[in-house]
Design a protein. Structure first.
Ligand SMILES: [Zn+2]
Length: 463
């Protein structure tokens, strides 16, 4: 097998550069993705992110990047990668680099629960299956292949394009924090792990979202302690009842309606393609006035829209008592909040404490590795470049700025003042979207358009 590999490598090297068309970039992207899935880049023992990063480095160097321009740094059980596509420094509006953010790690996948082994790439019925197939190895692979193709074609950007691949986006985001510390003097950041296209179930493209904002993520622990005692002699207060009362107050509360430049544009675009006239009207009214209680109420009744209307907090876990025949000595619950950009996390914590208004209930912030970030400004020139690249494939699809519920690597860069936009070119039906879940997959047919998209966008933005 080893000999075969060497022979193949020799045969490829013999093909003159100009004969390697972009179909070889597609083939390379598929190969990168299949090889990528096989690295078990899951946090914890046996994490192969460092090996995956070195594999990517080898491909970039073989594809024309200088060895000294690609750096892999180990951090804890994971690693991050920095690769610089050097520019001439002659870009027309300054020479600050364009940063590209993606992540190499994946969410844990238990082989016993999957139909196929999650770390063995399998192509079946036009789909490639495997953990990370979409999130985020699809974009990492297609982006790397498109950069190698641009090198082959001799493209020289006017400014540096710097690839920043983190290694713990799904968990602690320590590598992202390190990257944002080192790289924050930039024109803008494109996050290939955000945004993207939606298709309806018939495979018709519906919209393309450019993620320009995301909500902050925060967990708060509510806890009540009590001396406890024998359950045959109930007495007040009872930690479980105290906790339950606190949770009911949170359930009953609604945070104020909020909009920003990004969500306003998003509401109007969504209204334009919402067939239900009453709902579309509510979107327009809410965009104009988030205090419109009727419009807000209608949108908040829909799980698809509630997150866009403001901060939300909801109970997600609870744990109480230590024996069926004892009074509880301790009751705790987790309240998960998705905080509207611009609202400080401590403000939400103070609000929860004020709502509960019971000194027996402690409200503590749980360390989650999330940082607050403001919305990025809507940049018409950038939106134009993205729209052009999307429309080359799907001419009529609306390109819409969107806010996500968090949390992507972008928040770290936005937190450092770098305008960041999620622009993954992947178009998916919602029935095909299994990121973080079982049997994650992508349509293989999405690979070629993604390579073309990334080439177009980078050529346009970095020229
Ligand atoms: Zn991701």
């Amino acid at each position: 097998m080893r000999h075969l590999a060497i022979l193949l490598a020799g045969a490829l090297a013999a093909i003159p550069a100009q004969a390697q068309t972009s179909s070889s970039a597609e083939a390379q992207a598929l190969e990168l993705l299949k090889r990528g899935i096989a690295f078990r880049t899951v946090a914890g023992p046996g994490n192969q992110t460092f090996d995956y990063a070195n594999y990517l480095k080898a491909q970039l160097v073989a594809g024309g990047f200088a060895d000294s321009d690609v750096r892999v740094e180990k951090l804890g059980d994971t690693a991050y990668l920095v690769a610089r596509y050097r520019g001439t420094g002659k870009a027309k509006n300054g020479a600050k680099p364009i940063l590209i953010s993606g992540h190499m790690d994946v969410v844990e996948a238990k082989p016993a629960d999957w139909e196929r082994d999650p770390f063995t790439p399998v192509v079946e019925n036009g789909y490639l299956f495997g953990r990370g197939a979409s999130d985020n190895k699809f974009d990492v692979s297609t982006f790397v292949a498109s950069m190698i193709q641009l090198k082959r074609e001799g493209f020289k950007p006017g400014r540096d394009v710097v690839l920043l691949f983190s290694g713990d986006e799904e968990t602690g985001m320590k590598t992202t924090a390190a990257l944002s510390e080192q790289f924050h003097d930039a024109e803008l950041l494109l996050n290939i792990d955000g945004g993207g296209g939606d298709m309806d179930e018939a495979g018709k493209p519906v919209m393309f979202g450019v993620q320009g904002a995301e909500k902050s993520y925060a967990d708060f622990e509510l806890s009540v302690t009590n001396p406890g005692g024998h359950s045959s002699a109930p007495r007040k207060p009872n930690a479980i009842y105290q906790l339950a009362a606190a949770l009911q107050k949170i359930e009953a509360y609604e945070f104020p309606g909020q909009v920003n430049e990004i969500t306003k544009a998003s509401w109007l675009a969504t209204a334009a393609r919402t067939p239900d006239a009453k709902l579309a009207d509510a979107m327009r009214r809410f965009a104009a006035n988030p205090e419109d209680a009727e419009a807000r109420g209608l949108l908040r009744g829909d799980p698809g829209y509630v997150g866009q209307t403001g901060t939300t907090c909801v109970a997600t876990m609870a744990n109480a008592g230590h024996a069926t025949n004892a009074l509880p000595q301790r009751a705790t619950a987790n309240v998960n909040c998705r905080i509207f950009p611009g609202t400080p996390i401590p403000e939400v914590q103070a609000k929860l404490a004020a709502l509960i208004a019971d000194p027996a209930v402690m409200v503590t912030k749980v360390e989650s590795g999330s940082v607050p970030s403001d919305a990025s400004p809507l940049r018409p020139e950038l939106m134009k470049v993205i729209a052009k690249a999307v429309h080359a494939r799907f001419p009529d699809v609306p390109v819409v700025p969107v806010m996500s519920a968090g949390a992507t690597d972008s928040m770290w860069f936005r937190g450092k003042g770098v305008a960041s936009y999620g622009v993954s070119p992947l178009f998916m039906k919602s029935s095909d979207s299994f990121a973080h879940g079982l049997n994650e997959r992508i349509p293989v047919g999405e690979i070629a358009p993604a390579v073309t998209f990334y080439k177009r966008v980078i050529t346009e933005l970095a020229k």
